[in-house]
Design a protein around this ligand. Sequence first.
Ligand code: PMP
Length: 437
Amino acid sequence: MTTPASQGTNLDPWFGAYAARTAGLSASEVRALFAVASRPEVVSLAGGMPYVSALPTELLQSAVDRAVREQGPVALQYGSGQGSPALREQILDVMSLEGIRASVDDVVVTTGSQHALELMAKLFLDPGDVVIAEGPSYVTAVTVFKSFQAEVVHVPMDDEGLQPQALQETIDRLKASGRRIKFIYTIPSFHNPMGVTLPWQRRVEILEIARRAEILVVEDNPYGLLYFDQAPPQAMRSVEEDGVVYLGTFSKTFAPGLRVGWAVAPHAIREKLVLANEAAVLSPSSFSQTVISEYLATADWRGQIDTFRGVYRERRDAMLDALGRHLPSLDWTVPSGGFYVWLRLPEHLDSKAMLPRAVKELVAYTPGTAFYADGGGRSAIRLSFCYPTPDFIREGIRRLANVINGELELLGEFAQTGSLPAQTEQTRQNLLPPSIG
Ligand code: PMP
């Protein structure tokens, strides 16, 4: 039998043995980029790595010390499949900043919010089911949904996020053709990859559409507390308890290396999430949870989030300023929080095909196609401003502008002469690192 997986490389002696669902597990463009972009001479505007160097290392060291010395028997032991009650209580405080009221019992601690996405997919998705997601959407959520053989159907966004009217039309169309829609996956605040934020009115409208259609909403909110001037509208979960599964994480407000996130879910779903969590990892890391709990109890974590906001605001400003200076004819989103700017290229430019040239010019970005399940996003780029310093960001945008302007010149030449310079396509192929297919 030929499974989709077996159509891959036959250099792998096991290629015929993989489950059919592994066909959805292709290396993402973001992942492939990490290898190239981590070379020190490359300015990487590609990954979404938080700037953990802004954390108070001594405070953290003492949280770790206390976790071992004072809490060792708990921190080094298996824990509850739902997560530590002490940390769940503290998570309520964190979420109250975004208007969410819940009880300790509603929270399930997971191994990063990524694992909550995986658990939700495991609980809800059968092959052929549909997940509705923004277009574009978070790349590794799309990968997870695809790995459960669901189809991700994108709904267009504008500079105010998901368009309610388009959502309604998509639901109607899918239902009319008999498709089973399992949930709507959305990142309402400081979207990854677009950087935009859903206004309050749209949040309410989308919840109303979902309620009428009896479709669950998965609200993924890693960035909501990282605003630059004004807080975003309150979380969707703040007004709808029964129809929303809310995902939070300590990865962006504290440290991703600890791998601690959480889900808040209606009672019945929460019970299943705990069982699925136990089946997957027995219990989320007791050690990480203890360190975070100590940190939240003893450090000025709200002040630390303010520090992060200041760092990222300065970097966002550097990026917007450099874009205005070097690429004034293009169009981009203006994020008021989070990590990302979405740059729209002239339509005839292909961001994926342009990437090898950018890497040669020592700048990396993520092509828009990475964020679509359906091949969309060719003429867009995600730029991350979270990790490089403002000077590196400015230099990175300068290099990127050279690449884009160079491509436009080449295309101008093509328009005049009818052919590209002979070496162009070959050069592209030669420059393509093996990891970026
Ligand atoms: N959702 C979104 C939108 C993200 O951007 C990320 C990380 N980049 C995650 C979920 C996963 O985060 P973590 O597992 O570190 O909590």
